[in-house]
Design a protein around this ligand. Structure first.
Ligand code: AMP
Ligand code: ZN
Length: 112
């Protein structure tokens, strides 16, 4: 198994987990871009958000619901941002779909 996020979901490489259930796993980003920076992934491997939306739209809903619950757990009452980088121009570097949950500071717009 070569996908690093599949390996995190399986527990074969370590991560700082903040959530795990039968469908969704979340862990702190190794290179945080905000005081709270969590990655929310499905246990099932899907390469990007389009592939996930086609194959299992309910699971995409599960990811967003988990991200919102983690934001509440992390006390991000002032707001937060969810990002799904997709493809090269989108800045995707890991080909296992993941939602970035960013918060704990004021986030500027537009993004870089
Ligand atoms: P993206 O560029 O949207 O594909 O995001 C990939 C994210 O995964 C980056 O923010 C990385 O810092 C993060 N990342 C890569 N490997 C790990 C890891 N082993 N544990 C935690 N975060 C990771
Ligand atoms: Zn994977």
């Amino acid at each position: 198994m070569e996908c690093p996020f599949c390996m995190i979901a399986a527990g074969t490489i370590p991560a700082d987990l903040v959530h795990a259930d039968d469908r969704v796993v979340a862990f702190r980003d190794i290179n945080p871009q905000a005081p709270v920076h969590v990655l929310v992934i499905p246990r099932e491997h899907h390469g990007n958000v389009g592939a996930l939306a086609t194959a299992n739209p309910e699971l995409l809903g599960d990811l967003l619901a988990a991200a919102a619950q983690i934001a509440a757990d992390e006390d991000l009452d002032a707001g937060y941002r969810l990002v799904i980088n997709t493809g090269g121009d989108g800045g995707q570097t890991v080909d296992h779909v993941h939602v970035h949950l960013l918060g704990g500071r004021h986030l500027t717009w537009p993004p870089g």
